[in-house]
Design a protein. Structure first.
Length: 278
């Protein structure tokens, strides 16, 4: 206990001898290696923790990114052209497919901006590519039914399904043009309004024209050619016996016709009383 009469740090002396001072034990001097030894033991542990946290973060981020990619909002943010190109490049790989896609994207083709008809389904800019995608999804759903494979034997490759659906209406490329006519607006004032009209510079029919145009880029199987040729089904101008025979011989033609009708009637619009959807 320190003496209350002696200032801290001062000790009384007698004849040069310090009194009341307790001898302090000498502190052992540790080698430099032993002083740094705890740090050397902790460093690898910290590195392991940092590595584990990095792995956990990467796994969590990948899972989050995947969930974002699978949300409807992310899928729907793609344009019709981007979706078309993605499906095309994923499934269609035969010789000439790249040249065909390059032509569709070039200035020589209006495939991605053309309408699908003048007045009915898809009668607006971009309607053709939207209709082609709708037919593709309808055809995929139709062929996914168990009975189509088990009872009807309708088992086709992903390439065939994508090709006939996405390209069945290629005959409409450079087929429609914008014209103007007079019409009254909401205020009752006459003004010129745009509308689509037909300018057929290759009068080769409809389905047969699509087959002809595709044959200039790639080779079609017989069933693919007949499916595209008769995708209009009984809405086409051909003899009904001829159409029925074609649908019977080539079931893919019937499936494509069903997908085309479903997309046109239920997803895009209603045709007129004559059945025309052009």
């Amino acid at each position: 206990m320190p003496c209350p009469f002696v200032p801290s740090g001062h000790f009384p002396t007698l004849w040069g001898i310090t009194l009341l001072r307790r001898a302090e034990p000498a502190r052992p001097q540790l080698p430099a290696a032993r002083i740094s030894q705890p740090i050397l033991h902790v460093a690898p542990f910290l590195r392991k923790i940092r590595h584990s946290l990095a792995i956990c973060w990467k796994l969590w981020y990948n899972k989050w990114e995947t969930s974002q990619n699978n949300t409807p909002k992310r899928r729907h943010s793609m344009t019709h052209q981007e979706t078309f190109i993605q499906i095309y490049q994923e499934h269609i790989h035969r010789r000439g497919a790249d040249q065909l896609l390059a032509w569709l994207q070039s200035d020589a083709s209006d495939f991605f901006t053309a309408p699908s008809s003048t007045r009915y389904h898809g009668s607006y800019e971009g309607g053709l590519v939207e209709h082609s995608l709708n037919v593709y999804h309808c055809l995929v759903d139709y062929l996914a039914r168990p009975r189509t494979k088990e009872l009807y034997g309708m088992d086709y490759s992903d390439e065939t399904v994508a090709l006939v659906a996405l390209m069945h209406d290629i005959c409409k490329v450079n087929f429609y043009v914008v014209d103007y006519r007079n019409a009254k607006n909401e205020q009752g004032v006459w003004e010129k309004v745009p509308y689509y009209t037909i300018r057929d510079e290759m009068p080769y029919g409809h389905g047969e024209k699509s087959v002809y145009m595709l044959s200039g880029f790639l080779r079609l199987s017989r069933e693919e050619a007949f499916a595209i040729r008769y995708h209009m089904g009984f809405s086409g101008p051909e003899d009904r016996n001829q159409i029925g025979r074609a649908l019977e011989m080539f079931p893919l033609a019937l499936a494509l016709n069903v997908a085309d009708m479903e997309a046109s009637y239920f997803l895009e619009g209603t045709p007129d009383k004559s059945g025309s959807r052009r």
